[in-house]
Design a protein. Structure first.
Length: 617
DNA sequence: CTGACCATAAACATCT
DNA sequence: TAGATGTTTATGGTCA
């Protein structure tokens, strides 16, 4: 079943890919280009996107035991909730009964009794609630569950938002039947042996999940995962992320494998692609989403903290940032209230105006600073203190107000603008507007930077002009964009290093991945305000980013590419006549151009509404 | 030193 | 015709 779903999704993706490949040729082709249908984007956020599914299919992240535990926990939670409800119901009945009696008798003494009973009941209820909250907390502590701030803790939030309990149960059944059942005692919340390997929670049931952050993120946001069957790892006999120290590192497995060959055998036999694995992955995906959400929240907190600190002091320090996405940037450290005069303006813009900007980055609203590409390193950059990713996100607001040159290339910014648009396409004028809207810097010298924008649009083949009914819009060819980055990555070792040392959630990611993440300021980590629905999309966007980077940084085909085989042949038609790179044929294209937008992620629509006074000179 | 990348400037063409 | 939109070339700086 799951396989069928996966295939279907892949098919969808493929179709979309094909359509997206019909971008109109650059010139002399006045045919109105087909607008890419956003079929995938229309999917509900909870639905697994093709990318995700594919990703999932490539990753076997959850062991049967883990899945079992998860499901058991879920069941236990449900049971608990059920019990609570029953309890509540009984109490209500009792109360009603008593109230009836009371009405009949009308005796004050009885009233008192009832009152005390009510009190007792409420206390009991409270206890139960506390118990559950405790439980939830423990879940949360383990990164499995994220309680929304405004969300009442009591109505038990399903462990996995996208999966209804019955579905989970079904999954559980499937899994247990498919796999060697470990004496699962049904609804009993007795912990499995595996659960004991974790911090046991004080809650009366389960919740000790075998998933530590490491396990859950063990190379998994990435594409860099082994293809499941018969993928030879001979090239990198010891680099398999699931194999280490003679042990299968499949979460919860820990099977001892003498050598790599036996490990492969084990991997293929025990963790093959089947319904069970798929189910595991689905669950795991939900778990990961929760983790991501958690991360986003922490990120937000961090930003708030940093904002606070920035406001407090003009100390040119970069703060303990978890992500150092931009290692060299022409941004003054304490950008906030430092007047632009103190900012190192890029010498390349002699005409760059210097006007005092009084307003600092008031509030951190952190719009989804999607994936800003290569950072712009120029001139005096190296003399500046590196800033962090948090700074970038944080400075979104800053850039809006201060006339500081954004440390990104025009190409990156253009791409950013386009990707942020609902349709992933913008007219030239809309791009202009985005620039002026998002960056105070671009509210001046319009002639200069607009020319630069046009120049970039024309020059880079990653930007595709699409004839529209109303005119022409510009879109981004992700594949092409990805191609441009490797140099950047290699160019910033410090960046990589920072990533490696500081990013707790992604420690297992290899340097290239991290670097690429850094390069693109992965939305996930810079988007504090995003909601859960967009997680999937963002995550897929990340994977896309990583895809591209991996393809290029790891020129050896090895792991990543084979998994996407079904779509390898499909690639967009190129409009800027340049010789097709050979790698293009087998590139990461299968996933890249299908970045989908959540339908409700249309906040960028206001770009049009908001006529930027496009302006002063 | 070289090549890749980038920004800037500008000439030119085409479209509205 | 003017301005917007695209394309192309030239030049110079940075970096690995």
């Amino acid at each position: 079943m799951a396989l069928q779903v996966a295939r279907q999704l892949l098919l969808q993706q493929q179709q979309q890919q094909q359509v997206s490949g019909l971008k109109s040729p650059k010139r002399n082709d006045k045919q109105p280009a087909l607008q890419v249908p956003v079929s995938v984007a229309m999917m509900t956020p909870q639905v697994i996107t093709p990318q995700q599914m594919q990703q999932i299919l490539q990753q076997q992240v959850l062991s049967p035991q883990q899945l079992q535990v998860l499901l058991q926990q879920q069941q236990a939670l449900m049971l608990q909730q059920q019990q609570l409800q029953e309890f509540y119901k009984k109490q209500q009945e009792q109360l009603q009964l008593q109230l009836l009696q009371q009405h009949a008798g009308k005796q004050p003494k009885e009233q008192q009794q009832v009152a005390t009973q009510q009190l007792a009941f409420q206390q009991q209820l409270l206890q139960m609630q506390q118990l559950q909250q405790q439980h939830l907390l423990s879940l949360q502590r383990q990164g499995l569950l994220t309680i929304q701030p405004g969300q009442p803790a009591l109505p038990l939030q399903p462990l996995t938002q996208g999966m209804i309990p019955t579905e989970l149960q079904q999954l559980w059944k499937e899994v247990t039947s498919a796999h060697t059942t470990e004496e699962t005692t049904g609804n009993n919340h007795s912990s499995l042996d595996l659960t004991t390997t974790c911090v046991s929670s004080s809650a009366p049931s389960k919740t000790s999940l075998i998933m530590n952050p490491h396990a859950s993120t063990n190379g998994q946001l990435s594409v860099h995962t082994p293809k499941r069957e018969s993928l030879p790892h001979e090239e990198h006999p010891h680099s398999h992320p699931l194999y280490g120290h003679g042990v299968c590192k499949w979460p919860g497995c820990e099977a001892v494998c003498e050598d790599f060959q036996s490990f492969l055998k084990h991997l293929n036999s025990e963790h093959a692609l089947d319904d069970r694995s798929t189910a595991q992955c689905r669950v795991q995906m939900q778990v990961v989403q929760q983790l991501e959400l958690q991360l986003a929240k922490d990120k937000e907190r961090l930003q708030a903290m940093m904002t606070h600190l920035h406001v407090k002091s003009t100390e040119p320090k970069t703060a303990p940032q978890p992500l150092n996405l931009v290692s060299s940037v022409t941004l003054s450290k304490s950008a906030s209230e430092a007047s632009p005069q103190s900012l190192p303006h890029t010498p390349t813009t002699p005409t760059a105006p210097i006007t005092p900007v009084t307003q600092g980055p008031s509030v951190i609203t952190t719009t989804s600073m999607h994936t800003v590409g290569p950072i712009r390193r120029r001139y005096s950059d190296k003399y500046n203190v590196p800033i962090s990713s948090a700074d970038i996100a944080q400075n979104q607001e800053f850039y809006k107000n201060a006339e500081v040159r954004p440390p990104f290339t025009y190409a990156s910014l253009i791409r950013q603008a386009i990707l942020e648009s609902p349709e992933k396409q913008l007219t030239l004028n809309e791009i202009y507007n985005w620039f002026t809207r998002m960056f105070a810097y671009f509210r001046r010298n319009a002639a200069t930077w607009k020319n630069a924008v046009r120049h970039n649009l024309s020059l880079h083949k990653c930007f595709v002009r699409v004839e529209n009914v109303k005119g022409a819009v510009w879109t981004v060819d992700e594949v092409e964009f990805q191609k441009r980055r490797p140099q950047k990555i290699s160019g910033n070792p410090s960046l990589i290093k920072n990533m490696q040392t500081s990013h707790a959630y992604c420690t297992p990611l290899n340097a290239a991945l991290q670097a690429s993440m850094a390069e693109n300021s992965i939305p996930l980590y810079t988007t504090a305000s995003m909601g859960n629905p967009t997680l999937g999309n963002l995550a897929s966007a990340i994977r896309e980013e990583l895809n591209g980077a991996m393809e290029h940084t790891n020129s050896n085909e090895s792991d990543s590419s084979p998994g996407r085989s079904p779509l390898q042949a499909v690639h967009p038609v190129h409009v800027k006549e340049e010789p097709l790179d050979p790698e293009e044929a087998e590139g990461p294209l299968s996933l890249v151009t299908t970045a989908n937008h959540s339908p409700d992620f249309d906040h960028d629509r206001d770009y049009e509404d908001e006529p930027v006074n496009e302006d002063m000179e």
